[in-house]
Design a protein. Structure first.
Lengths: 112, 112
């Protein structure tokens, strides 16, 4: 069956450190992979999209890698700040139906 | 302002009483979808629509109906709600998955 697994439910880090989140998938051949941020009680907000033929994407303090051989994406938040505390969701887009399928998310808490 | 608007934000209803949650987007997106979010299960797709009059089942469609008579609107209908449909619901829209998805503010539904 198809699965999207994010490495852990919760990640606690010190301000200024780099947070690294993992997204692994099985039985998918995604065209795109996206990362979203979700704050409690709010809808997810788009952060980054990476295509299957791209290895890495950056946006300000965020970096995403995509390895279709390992079936894995890594999401990095560098120089983390307390305002980065949120749940981060990995999502795959399958090419035929453009369906967006989500992992359960990793909740990041950045301590001042 | 680009947005997806859901109504109502909060709803408490009784078992069996039909209800509709509305969703409207102002970005001329072809693709719209409904998700439910439950603790530990993440976002699961209920139904999606690739364009007007084109809808299809997602991962958890049982107990739900949708319609897409106009491009901007995609209502979610619960004909006979049951307590297991108590959840946080999100509507989303995008340009067919090739770009970011925009999510509504969410509708917290409680069925007693």
């Amino acid at each position: 069956s198809q699965k999207i697994e994010q490495n852990s439910e919760a990640l606690n880090i010190q301000e200024g450190k780099t947070a690294t989140l993992t997204c692994n998938y099985t039985n998918y051949s995604p065209a795109y992979l996206q990362w979203y941020r979700q704050d409690p009680g709010r809808g997810p907000v788009f952060l980054l999209l990476i295509r299957e033929n791209e290895k890495e994407k950056r946006k300000e303090r965020l970096k995403v890698t995509f390895d279709t051989t390992l079936k894995q994406s890594l999401f990095h938040i560098t120089a983390s700040q307390p305002a980065d505390s949120a749940t981060y969701l990995c999502a795959l887009v399958t090419p035929n139906d453009y369906k967006l399928s989500f992992g359960a998310g990793t909740t990041v808490t950045v301590r001042a | 302002e680009a947005q997806v608007t859901q109504n109502p934000r909060y709803l408490i209803t009784v078992t069996g009483k039909k209800l509709t949650v509305t969703c409207s987007q102002n970005m001329n997106h072809e693709y719209m979808s409904w998700y439910r979010q439950d603790p530990g299960l993440g976002l699961r797709q209920i139904y999606y629509s690739m364009n007007v009059e084109v809808t299809d089942k997602g991962d958890v469609p049982e107990g739900y109906k949708v319609s897409r008579k106009e491009k901007r609107n995609f209502p979610l209908i619960l004909e006979s709600p049951s307590p297991n449909q108590t959840s946080l619901y999100f509507c989303a829209s995008s340009f067919a998955g090739r770009t970011e998805a925009f999510f509504g503010q969410g509708t917290r539904l409680t069925v007693v």
